[in-house]
Design a protein around this ligand. Structure first.
Ligand SMILES: Nc1ncnc2c1ncn2[C@@H]1O[C@H](COP(=O)(O)OP(=O)(O)O)[C@@H](O)[C@H]1O
Ligand SMILES: [Mg+2]
Length: 280
């Protein structure tokens, strides 16, 4: 299952949310930092593991030398905990131009482990379009202010057309709403993002505002005022939210499987030309 998380404008909390879901995900998972503007986690939450040169650029170089991408990915991840890993992003933004996002998207969507891809801003230079297009579910992260909702409205047509042209269809798009009610409510935002007559972009999940825990997830430093994540209310909210995301992803997957199975069931002849009842 590949879950891609993107933002429309500003910094609504894609990286913090993706990390919070990763740390509480109910199954083994890899967080892959695809933000082309450069990796944040190795200078933040995972700073104690920095300096090993294990990142997306190293994956790229290994594949240039002929390695299978799935093997290169496995070799380059950093461990975040039991059954959860991080693949850090490129150290510098210019390096993102060299990456083969198409191959990465294809590989991530076929791994046997769940992947949460932090894809950064939709309009970034060298944005990983092919990664979000390959996803089972794309979550557009947004806050609840007027400018955030306006930016989300503008990003939706672009994401929908990417999913229709390159991916599994625009029903794969959903919203992760951060800090609902400040000032606009979930219902108001849902109405603004799915006006009457337009296809619905559902609000799949929500996360609350928690400046102190988010500060810790951003920096990885327990400075005064920051609260650690484990055991926090924010961690419980992330766990619940992760289950909502997984449920939506599984439902979308099942709908694709059904369509594929329908094709097989309607095949005019049994495989290999052998008619049912066996060979006589
Ligand atoms: N749920 C949240 N509650 C409070 N602050 C948050 C939350 N999510 C993110 N932040 C803060 O917002 C800022 C941007 O977060 P980040 O995840 O880096 O955004 P993005 O990846 O979208 O650019 C950081 O200072 C982070 O601590
Ligand atoms: Mg980020």
């Amino acid at each position: 299952m590949l879950i891609a998380v993107v933002s429309a404008k500003g910094s609504p909390g894609v990286s913090v949310s993706a990390l919070a879901w990763t740390l509480t995900w109910s199954r083994p998972v890899i967080l892959v930092e695809c933000d082309p503007r450069g990796g944040d986690f190795v200078v933040g939450y995972a700073h104690s593991q920095a300096g090993q040169g294990r990142d997306l650029l190293a994956v790229h170089m290994a594949t240039q030398r002929g390695a299978a991408m799935s093997t290169a990915l496995r070799d380059q991840v950093l461990q975040l905990g039991t059954d959860r890993w991080l693949l850090a992003g490129v150290p510098e933004p210019q390096q993102a131009e060299r990456l083969d996002w198409t191959r990465l998207g294809r590989t991530l969507s076929t791994l046997e482990i769940d992947v949460i891809a932090d894809c950064g801003a939709v309009s970034a230079i060298s944005a990983p379009r092919q990664v979000w297009s390959a996803a089972d579910l794309v979550l557009l992260a947004t806050r609840s202010t007027a400018s955030a909702v306006r930016a989300a409205q503008l990003a939706i047509p672009r994401l929908r057309s990417d999913l229709n042209e390159l991916g599994m269809g625009s029903d794969r798009l959903g919203v992760a709403l951060i800090d609902a009610g400040h000032p606009y409510s979930k219902a108001e935002i849902a109405a603004a993002l799915s006006p009457k007559g337009a296809d619905e972009v559902p609000i799949v999940t929500e996360l609350p505002l928690d400046v102190r825990v988010a500060g810790y997830l951003s920096s990885g430093v327990k400075v005064i005022g920051n609260k650690i994540f484990d055991g926090s209310k924010f961690a419980s909210a992330a766990r619940r939210s992760g289950l909502e995301i997984l449920t939506r992803g599984v439902k979308l997957r099942e709908s694709t499987d059904e369509v594929n199975a329908f094709g097989a069931a309607k095949a005019p002849y049994p495989a290999n030309g052998v008619r049912s009842g066996g060979m006589s």
